[in-house]
Ligand binder design. Structure first.
Ligand SMILES: Nc1ccn([C@@H]2O[C@H](COP(=O)(O)OP(=O)(O)OP(=O)(O)O)[C@@H](O)[C@H]2O)c(=O)n1
Ligand SMILES: [Mg+2]
Length: 403
């Protein structure tokens, strides 16, 4: 099979492959970019594999960076772009189920392709668009199948993360997992415990953001994958999460976590511990802690609640959609958010130094209290947000207070 018109992402890299082939080496586009091109999906990074050894690559190109030279990867810099070239390699035994004990550089493309995870990821393409398909990847793309290259158990023993990747690709692409591949997964799923949380998290998040997330999550429950994920998530009742995802697709990582935790059996105080086990970022943890209690009480939400959560309004509205909250309630929330007189304290018409200048409050602990009271009164439309109205409100409330 030959691709006649290559996407722009590959055209920029063609001169690099030309230099390698003119020097007598083999060079191909490999991995995710070839798969995504064939599926008309967005192409992320264009990876190049070559028979040239790292030192040979460095000799051929003027500007290179050793991004992962011990694994055979050198980045070539060309017109402000970086292209990673990885030497064809085989991998030795995997004592720890995630990293080869050593890699060996080889000159043969087929040796390199046969150690890759799935047939759809084991396609290569020459610089002028000829596809090299040694394991039936093209048919599997056409038929929507995730199939391990060769023996599934061997592939999953080499890197247990590949089991999460199977579920993730299935969710993103709507592909089914081929029977022997699934059998290998069921057999080896306990090895997931040996994989770093960060790596699992990346695949898990991509899975839950996929268009077919519900189906992959069902498989993950059935095949006991969930039992080996962090935070005892395997003990949760996941049917509501699955049915939400049958209808709506999460569009951002933070939405994934807010949704999951809204539907979780965890109390708000327990969530931080769970999120630490998944090593989530501070930003995501803050958002979850702000948004989830509001979603859980959405029928009784107050103007002050929505003011407090204003900076997370987009996430909040997204979660309300996913968790199937009544349209009427969503409209109500939207209209309150739109009508808030201020959205943060810095929008108050007078501030702390104004209060001091006016001689109403002195610096000290009462200041915070005064500012909070003004903020609350403005949000609740009890006072207009003008210097005059706020000054007389403050005088009335605080002038006679002792500072
Ligand atoms: N555990 C893994 C990870 C990667 N690969 C191989 O390395 C390529 C590039 O890996 P990566 O960028 O992690 O995945 P992609 O398939 O490119 O997917 P994504 O779109 O997420 O980048 C894959 O296509 C696959 O051939 C593998 O065999 N086993
Ligand atoms: Mg990639």
């Amino acid at each position: 099979m030959k691709i006649n018109t290559l996407p722009q992402e590959f055209i920029g890299a063609q001169p690099i492959l030309k230099i390698l082939t003119r020097a007598g080496f083999e060079a191909y586009f490999v991995g995710g970019s070839v798969r995504d091109m064939l599926l008309s999906q967005v192409i992320h990074d264009v990876d190049i594999a070559s028979s040239a050894f790292p030192e040979e690559v460095k000799f051929l190109f003027e500007k290179t960076v050793d991004t992962g030279i011990q694994h055979g990867t050198v980045m070539v810099l060309d017109h402000g772009e970086g292209y990673e070239i990885t030497t064809f390699r085989t991998e030795s035994t995997y004592t720890d189920f995630r990293r080869p004990d050593s890699v060996t550089f080889v000159r043969s493309l087929s040796e390199d392709l046969k150690r890759r995870d799935f047939t759809i990821n084991a396609l290569a393409m020459t610089l002028d668009g000829e596809i090299v398909d040694l394991f039936g990847g093209l048919d599997d793309i056409k038929n929507g199948i995730i199939r391990a290259v060769g023996d599934a158990e061997t592939r999953f023993t080499e890197d247990a993360l590949r089991m999460m990747r199977a579920l993730r690709f299935s969710a993103q692409l709507g592909f089914i997992i081929e029977a022997d591949t699934q059998k290998g997964l069921i057999e080896l799923v306990p090895n997931l415990e040996k994989i770093a949380v960060e790596r699992i998290r990346v695949e898990f998040e991509k899975m839950l953001m996929g268009a077919s997330a519900a189906n992959s999550l069902k498989i993950a429950v059935q095949d006991k994958v969930m039992l080996y994920l962090p935070g005892h998530i395997g003990q949760w009742e996941l049917s509501l999460i699955i049915s939400d995802l049958e209808i709506y697709q999460a569009n951002h990582i933070v939405v994934v976590w807010c949704h999951l935790l809204t539907r979780s059996p965890l109390k708000i105080q327990e969530m931080t511990h769970f999120m630490r086990q998944w090593k989530l970022s501070r930003d995501i943890m803050k958002t979850v802690i702000a948004v989830v209690p509001i979603v859980r009480q959405i029928e009784n939400v107050t103007i002050l609640d929505l003011y407090t959560v204003y900076s997370y309004a987009d996430v909040l509205l997204e979660i309300l959609k996913i968790t199937d909250v009544a349209d009427k309630t969503i409209q109500h929330v939207r209209s309150i958010l739109k009508m808030l007189p201020i959205t943060q304290s810095s929008e108050l018409a007078i501030n702390g130094s104004d209060l001091i200048k006016l001689g109403i409050v002195q610096p000290g602990p009462r200041m915070g209290h005064a500012l909070k009271a003004m903020e609350k009164a403005v949000v609740l439309s009890e006072v207009s947000n003008t210097p005059e109205a706020l000054t007389s409100f403050a005088k009335e409330q605080f002038s006679h207070d002792k500072n």
